[in-house]
Design a protein. Structure first.
Length: 202
């Protein structure tokens, strides 16, 4: 039995199209695959998926993944020793427009009151707030972390997972260190997890 590769988590599941969704507190979507057999523990080395010098951003993700693997019972190999397993780490971070922000102006249709941002509002009377003009789209950062655990001896994969979330570019969760930690924690929640099932982790 082979592990399924080329996993993808749709942004529709994250709910980017819904204006009522609060991007600042988006949950993380996680998908894992494994062979269904018990996964043995041992020593593990965390490496980038692509060869080349490790970037500072990769180190944040690698450290987060390594910390979660240690919590799951894995350990680091002694100096000069080959690890039993290798965990390859890949991540992407892209920016895009999210749901539009609410207009800073609204017309209060109730009790002769009014609300508004800069420039104030207009009091009409009634019971409804009607936005005036469309707000600017909220800039968001979509982050994805993918990890595959392989046996070092034959490079056969025993587990792979992918986690994805979105965060308002102005929030702490959009920063690389915070994003790495949140994605890694979600990815290893309930490790190894149910194979082939997408879960949501807050």
């Amino acid at each position: 039995m082979k592990l399924r590769t080329g996993m993808a988590i749709g942004l529709a599941g994250i709910g980017l199209a819904g204006c009522a969704t609060n991007i600042r507190t988006m949950p993380t979507e996680v998908l894992r695959y494994h062979l269904g057999a018990p996964i043995a523990r041992g020593t593990v080395s965390v490496v980038p998926l692509a060869a080349g010098p490790a970037s500072l951003e990769f180190r944040s993700y690698a450290a987060a993944v390594e910390g979660q693997l240690l919590k799951q019972g894995y350990s680091l190999p002694a100096a000069g020793m080959r690890a039993d397993y290798v965990a390859t780490v890949n991540f992407t971070r892209t920016s895009q427009d999210g749901p539009p922000t609410r207009s800073p102006f609204s017309i209060g249709l109730g009790g002769g009151s009014f609300t508004g941002g800069r420039g104030g509002g207009v009091g009409l009377g009634g019971g409804l707030n009607v936005p005036v003009g469309g707000g600017k789209p909220t800039a968001i950062v979509v982050s994805e972390l993918a990890v595959t655990i392989k046996r070092t001896a034959d490079q056969s994969p025993i587990w792979e997972g992918r986690a994805q979330n979105a965060a308002d570019v102005r929030s702490i969760d959009a920063q690389p260190d915070a994003s790495a930690g949140k994605l890694a924690r979600a990815l290893f929640t309930g490790f190894p997890g149910e194979s082939g099932r997408t879960i949501t982790v807050k």
